[in-house]
Design a protein around this ligand. Structure first.
Ligand SMILES: Nc1ncnc2c1ncn2[C@@H]1O[C@H](COP(=O)(O)OP(=O)(O)OP(=O)(O)O)[C@@H](O)[C@H]1O
Ligand SMILES: [Mg+2]
Length: 269
């Protein structure tokens, strides 16, 4: 499969071309550094990372353990601020914001999807998905419910609205998490090893969903250890020692639905 994938670097010229085509920059990092002080030691987790992510890109971020992926994702998700450098999210500079302002920005602009789903236990699918809207005064109870039901239907869970987290499979729980990430219509979806806990078939089902979102024009950033996943995204960024060591456009994106169809049927396994 992978031999069909032709990669080439995101050159400066390409970046200029994309801006010319009117593609909006959703995320811009300018020389972002993050240091942690542990006792007398300084850990340089990010050592000057700069890139732009355009609307509608499906970007995978890879790198070995300790290369700075989670630290980077925490910056992108406004959960942490850089030691130096600037982060501009959908036109808004984040670094000097107050914590409370960042929380609102995060709620409006970012949809998070985690490896372990992070759903509330003993809470129904629809209640979990309604949660991000609780902090948005634009929605009353009826509108919250309607939006949550719509998001669950969009991920194929229209028949599991009242199921509690412990009454669903891993793949279903991750679908609920995806619906929750979508419900606020965020500028960007951030996923941290979103298929990491799932078996191969279920991983591909979730990947099909991510590709559907990509086709609908969503901007997705997907952190993963798994190089196979990169073949289904439109751009691959690799970190090494807190620095960007590779940034490639994937011109031959594989189709997750085809890969899913080619897998042996569950009965044959
Ligand atoms: N809160 C923290 N305090 C001190 N050091 C930290 C902290 N968070 C991360 N680090 C250090 O920063 C470096 C990058 O860590 P990070 O968690 O970003 O790596 P990662 O690429 O996500 O790794 P993994 O693939 O194992 O999840 C590591 O050396 C780590 O020990
Ligand atoms: Mg990590």
């Amino acid at each position: 499969m992978s031999e069909n994938t032709i990669n080439h670097s995101v050159t400066e010229q390409e970046a200029i071309d994309r801006e010319k085509k009117g593609k909006k920059v959703v995320i811009e990092l300018q020389d972002v550094r993050r240091e942690f002080h542990v006792g007398s030691e300084v850990v340089k987790a990010l050592r000057g990372v700069s890139f732009k992510i355009y609307e509608g890109e499906f970007v995978t971020i890879m790198g070995t353990s300790g290369s700075g992926k989670s630290t980077l994702l925490n910056q992108l998700g406004c959960l942490d601020t850089p030691t130096s450098g600037e982060y501009i999210l959908d036109g808004t500079p984040v670094r000097k914001m107050k914590r409370s302002e960042r929380a609102i920005l995060r709620n409006r602009k970012i949809g998070f999807i985690f490896q372990n789903y992070n759903l509330l236990a003993k809470t129904t699918a629809v209640e979990n998905v309604e949660l991000p809207l609780m902090y948005n005064k634009k929605y009353n109870a009826k509108q919250r419910r309607e939006a949550a039901v719509k998001a669950l239907q969009a991920v194929g869970l229209g028949d599991r609205l009242e199921h509690k987290s412990n009454q669903m499979s891993g793949g279903q729980m991750q679908r609920v998490a995806i619906a929750r990430a979508l419900v606020n219509d965020p500028a960007v979806i951030l996923a941290d090893e979103a298929t990491g806990n799932l078996d191969s078939r279920t991983s591909f089902e979730i990947l099909v969903l991510f590709q559907q979102l990509h086709r609908q024009g969503r901007t997705i950033i997907f952190v993963t250890h798994n190089p196979e996943i990169a073949q289904y995204s439109s751009r691959n960024i690799t970190l090494r020692d807190g620095m960007l060591c590779e940034d490639k456009v994937n011109t031959c994106i594989l189709d997750a639905a085809e890969a899913l169809a080619a897998l042996p049927k569950p009965d044959d396994e």
